[in-house]
Ligand binder design. Sequence first.
Ligand code: GRF
Length: 201
Amino acid sequence: MPSRLVVLVSGAGTNLQALLEAAEDPSYGAQVVAVGADRDDIEGLARAEKAGVPTFVRKVGDFTSRGHWDITLTDTVAAFEPDLVVLAGFMKLVGPEFLGRFTGRVVNTHPALCPAFPGTSGPADALAYGVKVTGATLFVVDEGVDTGPIIAQATVPVEDTDDVESLHDRIKVAERSMLVETVGRLAREGFTITDRKVRIG
Ligand code: GRF
């Protein structure tokens, strides 16, 4: 049986699209069983609908507290019985209920080389700092911001002519390949985490 992936998005969904396309091949070992978002009218949701994948939206502002949002998001995702939850450009921190329910099974992709430049402006922060190399990191989500055990990283050069958009675009090309390759391996081979070290297979 292929691993069941629930993917959460907040924007364009190009990482999601790469996963959807990879999962068309049965030998990939994983299928996207649902796509969730924290906002309406985003391309990520449209991509899921086009692929015939069920979608849901849970907006923080629709709940009386962040805690209620966390519980509802957790229950909604759990109903799809995921083996792995992939945060692919999901611009919210998931809460304690979510992490408790899916401990060690939530992965996130970040457009910087962790532990450098955590948070929502990784490419801009890398550019401003003047690093010559940056990239993307896939990690197992913990309660911190981009602090969890690292599963895979991909590097790209920073060019003298880069602006934030050109740098982020270059990162995203490397990020999508890394995400697709690594999620497939996680699904097919399994993984363990010991003292922060993630071992696949
Ligand atoms: C990715 O670079 C992700 O790491 C960051 O936002 C971007 C989302 O891209 N948090 P997309 O929505 O998958 O196109």
